[in-house]
Design a protein around this ligand. Sequence first.
Ligand code: AR6
Length: 189
Amino acid sequence: MQHEFPNGRILRLVRGDITQVEVDAICNAANSGLRGGGGVDGAIHRAGGPALMEELNQIRAAQGGCKTGSAVATSAGNLPAKFVFHAVGPVYQGGRGNEEDQLASCYRTCLELAQERKLQRISFPSISTGVYGYPLEEAAPIAIGTVFDWLAELRTTVEEAIFVLFDGRTLAAYENALRARARGAAVRW
Ligand code: AR6
């Protein structure tokens, strides 16, 4: 499923493995220690090779880890991309801990990193909805809404954002969120 904006930008949802989709930058769902892990983080490090962790080690030495809601950039090693943006999503705490802002901030920061590098294509996983426990039905509208609003603006160099979603349930939740967001936008236009 995809949504094309009046300005030509595209927001696309596909089911698959994010390490297999060619883009300029892949967004990763990392942790604040930047030490790798399971889930999509593990898959990205396995496919990217040791260059990613070597760069993350340098970043950690220089600035500590990465704050929740933010992201750091490395090269992409063997992945079909130029960069990986390692975003740190919030651990879900029942909505009491500012998680919504932190989750939106992950997507915004990755889009800013893409813009600084004048990139055209970026991919995202469903940040925080795996081991970090963010309920899918709450996370999907936040993720979609943040990227949707960004693409709707003409200022960004990003022409296409692709959510690469690992399973059917996640894809369905993001499709519902995109349908709802696109309907709302159409009414406003
Ligand atoms: N491509 C796309 N999506 C994937 C892939 C893949 N290859 N593999 C898993 N997913 P999670 P989080 C989906 O747990 O909740 C790590 O240990 C997965 O099905 O990877 O943000 C980090 O180091 C789910 O829909 O990330 C952190 O410690 C989504 O990616 C912690 O997990 C996110 O699940 C971050 O937890």
